[in-house]
Design a binder for this molecule. Structure first.
Ligand SMILES: [Zn+2]
Length: 307
C-alpha cells in the first residue's frame, strides 16, 4: 500500500491578492516536493455540507456561501479573501481531508497527505480567520468520530501559528485529543498552556521565538509523545504547517527540514504502535517556497519510508 496524496486543480483557483503569502505558488512548491516520491494520487471530491456543518454554525456557513463572489474578490476578515474560485477550492480541501479519512479507515492505505489550499486551522466555528474558511482537520476528525464511529482521534498541529480554529471547534469534544505547538508570542496570540479544553483534552505547547529544532524535539519528547501514547488514538491527524522552518518569513522559529523529517518519523512510529499506522496529514501553512518544497518532501517521504 502506498501513501495516498489527495489534490485537485481547483486549489489553484483560490486567487489571493498580489503579495499575499498564502498564494497559488505554494501548491506548485508542494508538488515539487512530492515529485521524487512514490505515492498514489487521488482527486479530492467536493466536500459536503453535512461534514462542514459538524464544525461550523449554519449562519456562518450561509455567510461564506453568500459572500462567494462571481467576479473580483471579497475580503472576509483582515487576512482572508475569497475569489470566484475560492469556495470550490475550500470545498475540495474539506472533501480531500474527509476522503483521506475514509480511505485510511477503509484500509486502502495507511497514510495520506492532503495537498490543498486554503488552509483550515484558524477557521473558528463561526468565523473565518488567518487565510482559513473551513476547519479542514477538525471536520475530518468529526467525520472519523461521527460518521465512522471512532472513539479516540488525535490531532497534532505543528504549524508555527496556534491552531485556534481547531481548538475552538473541538473545545468541548471529549473524543479528540488536540495537541498544538506554536511560537509564542505570535499571531493569533492564543495557545497558552492553560487553554486545556472542556475535558482537559487540549494540550498547548508554546515555543519561544528564535528557538530551534532541538527545543522542539525536547518539547515533543517530554510532553507530546507520552500524551499521544497514553491516549492511544485510533487515527492520527496532522495539521501540517511548514512555517516553523528557519526560512519562513512569517515567524521566528528555526526548524530545519531534518526536524520535519524527524518529527514525522516519530509521529508515524506512534501511529504504528497505537492506530494501526493510520495517519492523515493535511497541509496548513508554509510560506517560503523552497522550505515548503523541502519540508513536504521530508514529511511525505517519512510517511512513505517507514511504512
Ligand atoms: Zn501558520
Amino acid at each position: 500500500m502506498s501513501v495516498l496524496v489527495f489534490s485537485h486543480p481547483d486549489g489553484l483557483l483560490h486567487d489571493t491578492p498580489k503579495g499575499h503569502p498564502e498564494r497559488v505558488e505554494r501548491l506548485h512548491a508542494v508538488e515539487q516536493g512530492l515529485s521524487g516520491l512514490a505515492f498514489t494520487r487521488r482527486e479530492c471530491p467536493l466536500g459536503n455540507w453535512d461534514d462542514v456543518l459538524r464544525a461550523h454554525d449554519p449562519d456562518y456557513v450561509a455567510k461564506v456561501r453568500d459572500a462567494a463572489p462571481e467576479t473580483d474578490r471579497v475580503q472576509m476578515d483582515a487576512d482572508t479573501w475569497m475569489s470566484p474560485g475560492t469556495l470550490n477550492a475550500a470545498l475540495r480541501a474539506v472533501g480531500g481531508a474527509c476522503a483521506a479519512v475514509d480511505a485510511v479507515l477503509a484500509g486502502e492505505a495507511r497514510r495520506a497527505f492532503v495537498a490543498t489550499r486554503p488552509p483550515g486551522h484558524h477557521a473558528e466555528r463561526n468565523k473565518s480567520m488567518g487565510f482559513c474558511l473551513f476547519g479542514n482537520v477538525a471536520i475530518a476528525a468529526l467525520r472519523a468520530l461521527d460518521h465512522h464511529g471512532l472513539k479516540r482521534v488525535a490531532i497534532v498541529d505543528f504549524d508555527v501559528h496556534h491552531g485556534n480554529g481547531t481548538q475552538d471547534i473541538l473545545w468541548e469534544e471529549p473524543r479528540c485529543l488536540f495537541v498544538t505547538s506554536q511560537q509564542m508570542p505570535l499571531w493569533p496570540g492564543t495557545g497558552e498552556t492553560n487553554q486545556k479544553g472542556a475535558h482537559g483534552q487540549i494540550i498547548n505547547i508554546p515555543l519561544r521565538p528564535n528557538s530551534d529544532g532541538a527545543a522542539m524535539r525536547a518539547a515533543y519528547q517530554q510532553q507530546v509523545f507520552p500524551a499521544l501514547r497514553a491516549y492511544s488514538p485510533q487515527l492520527l491527524l496532522i495539521s501540517a504547517g511548514f512555517d516553523a522552518h528557519e526560512r519562513d518569513p512569517l515567524a521566528e522559529l528555526a526548524w530545519t527540514t531534518a526536524d520535519y523529517r524527524w518529527l514525522t518519523e516519530e509521529l508515524v512510529q506512534i501511529a504504528d504502535e497505537t492506530a494501526g499506522g493510520r495517519v492523515v496529514s493535511v497541509l496548513e501553512g508554509g510560506y517560503d517556497l523552497q522550505a515548503l518544497t523541502e519540508a513536504v518532501a521530508a514529511h511525505v517521504g517519512a510517511m512513505t519510508k517507514v511504512e
